[in-house]
Design a binder for this molecule. Structure first.
Ligand SMILES: *Cc1c(COP(=O)(O)O)cnc(C)c1O
Length: 357
């Protein structure tokens, strides 16, 4: 969170203007600042990441099948279903946990309308290969970039790829507006349509052209975003330190796999996932989670279960062949990761794991 006084100062003039929501001053300022920070032509702020995904899907006018991965937060799959489309599950790459581009083409049918990959943990999807496939089959590409705030590839903002990229600004993400999200795109026409759908489909005071929704960001959330954006580079730098400390402590352990540094990539260190190889370590992912929890250290099986295993999805849709994703989901554990995590706490977490081995 930003300093308390700074947030109070930021919201002070709301008591003068009495402008609480509907694209006020704070909203417009944050939108402008994010456009620059994310290096994208258009940013539309939303209530949350999930509503942003739904608005984006509707604005693209998609109908039919969308190829996606089940190794994600359930929101990705739910947004597809709620937009009236059918999720078709593709497996993931074993190194980046993002969509395996070698397995996409086999899943394309005459009903396929789009690909919806996820930049899992801020790892970057194979954006060039995905665009190549999309161009070849005339498909739209919507990136779930909820994990990828601030990530850049070769100096380009992560949201420069595909037709649309969607961020989440939920309180648990690297950058947050309490609840919030954004849709980024390069087309003015699409941007205009997104803004209309975000506001009930109201085109002007006497016309409603789309069955829209209400996904507008309020002024207090925008003010939180304006404050947090002042600290984002510091935040990511601190997270880098935490990442490096974890790597230093855990890299000697055979049987624990961590994310690798990638050349030409500006990362955001959103999560610290480890993949536990139980046959090498002699202890399982669940064992480690239990022992850490007994010591007051809270980890997440992020992502487990796969979204294609949730009953509300598996009872309606084909699970597809996602064996790599299933393997990762069975063995992944994300360790505590936040900017203020102290070195001695990181050492303590790692030592608790080492003591088990
Ligand atoms: C957080 C998240 C969302 C949903 O965002 P909200 O802002 O919580 O609605 C969607 N997809 C992924 C991958 C996420 O991590």
């Amino acid at each position: 969170m930003p300093p308390y006084e700074e947030y109070c100062e930021e919201i002070k003039d709301i008591w003068d203007t009495r402008w609480l929501t509907n694209m006020g001053e704070k909203h417009e300022l944050l939108q402008k600042e994010l456009k620059e920070y994310l290096k994208v032509p258009y940013v539309s702020l939303c209530t949350n990441g999930h509503s942003a995904l739904q608005v984006a899907l509707q604005a693209l006018g998609l109908q039919g099948e969308i190829i996606t991965t089940p190794f994600t937060f359930v929101s990705t799959t739910e947004a597809i279903v709620r937009s009236g489309c059918k999720p078709v599950f593709c497996d993931i790459d074993p190194l980046t946990y993002t969509i395996d581009t070698n397995k996409i083409e086999n899943l394309i049918t005459d009903k396929t309308c789009a690909i919806m990959p996820v930049h899992v943990y801020g790892n970057v999807c194979d954006v060039d290969k995905i665009q190549h496939i999309a161009d070849k089959y005339n498909l739209k590409v919507i990136y779930d970039a909820a994990h990828a705030f601030g990530v850049e590839v070769g100096g380009k903002g992560i949201a420069s790829f595909g037709d649309v990229s969607v961020f989440s600004f939920h309180a648990t993400k690297v950058f947050h507006t309490i609840e919030g999200g954004a849709i980024c795109c390069a087309s003015k026409k699409l941007f205009d349509k997104i803004n209309i759908i975000r506001d009930f489909g109201i085109t002007d005071s006497e016309h409603v052209d789309y069955i829209g929704t209400n996904a507008k960001m309020n002024e207090f959330s925008a003010a939180m975003g304006i404050c947090n954006l002042r600290y984002i580079d510091k935040e990511i730098l601190r997270r880098k330190h935490v990442y490096e400390k974890y790597v230093e402590c855990l890299s000697s352990i055979d049987g624990i796999t961590m994310l690798n540094e990638v050349q030409g990539l500006k990362r955001n260190y959103a999560y610290f996932p480890i993949i536990v190889n139980a046959s090498i370590l002699g202890v399982s992912r669940d064992d480690i989670q239990r022992v850490l929890a007994d010591n007051g250290i809270y980890t997440r099986k992020y992502f487990y279960p796969l979204t294609n295993d949730f009953s509300c999805i598996s009872s309606i849709f084909d699970k597809g062949q996602t064996d790599v994703a299933r393997g990762v989901a069975s063995n992944v554990l994300t360790l505590p990761m936040f900017a203020d995590l102290r070195d001695r706490d990181i050492l303590n977490i790692c030592n608790k794991i080492k003591e088990m081995l």
